[in-house]
Write a protein that binds this ligand. Structure first.
Ligand code: RP5
Length: 179
């Protein structure tokens, strides 16, 4: 895990020395961690390596740009970025990296996250951010897994098994209602 990781963040899975983490999980503040942790849990379920860091778009803009510019060369393949309020982190990262960026709108005290959602989703043409629902960092983790699975047959099989399990759970709930 890199410097600046929230104190109670789980340790990232150990990775082979020659290969760095596949996913960068970034957030604008450590106050986003209770929301963003779900992304890391999803990645762990699939054995996907990740690193976690705080790179505030407004409070540490130069470091944020540096992170985004170096991410692909460092071997990262997907970035997940969560922020709340004037949530510029995902979009600014997308402006300086060729990697896919998944944005997580974090709900703050006011406006229920609508401000965060609109800040992240309303990107100009040419600079996409794949935006998940307000607070749904788990889906961001699962989407990152799907992106990686496009070029990884084993991971794709894991995702198919996960989806089959979801269907089983839904069927079981329907059956329970009928009984
Ligand atoms: C955003 O401001 C962060 O992503 C966070 O959601 C919000 C509030 O940050 P703190 O004041 O809690 O550090 O940039």
């Amino acid at each position: 895990m890199s410097e600046g990781t929230p104190a109670d963040a789980p340790a990232a899975r150990p990775v082979p020395a020659e290969e760095g983490p596949a996913v960068g999980v970034l957030m604008g503040s450590d106050s986003d961690w209770p929301t963003m942790e779900a992304a890391t849990k999803a990645l762990e379920e699939f054995g996907v390596t990740y690193e976690v860091d705080v790179v505030s778009a407004h409070r540490m803009a130069r470091e944020m740009i540096d992170y985004g510019e170096r991410a692909a060369d460092r071997g990262l393949r997907v970035l997940i970025a969560g922020a709340g309020g004037a949530a510029h982190l995902p979009g600014m990262l997308a402006s300086v990296t060729p990697l896919p960026v998944i944005g997580v709108p974090v709900a703050l005290k006011h406006l229920d996250g609508l401000d965060s959602l609109l800040s992240i989703v309303q990107m100009p043409g040419g600079v996409p951010v794949a935006t998940v629902a307000v607070g749904n960092a788990r889906n961001a983790g699962l989407l990152a897994v799907r992106i990686l699975a496009a070029a990884d047959p084993d991971l794709r099989e894991q995702m198919k098994a996960f989806q089959a399990d979801l269907a089983d759970q839904a069927r079981a709930k329907g059956a329970a209602l009928k009984s």
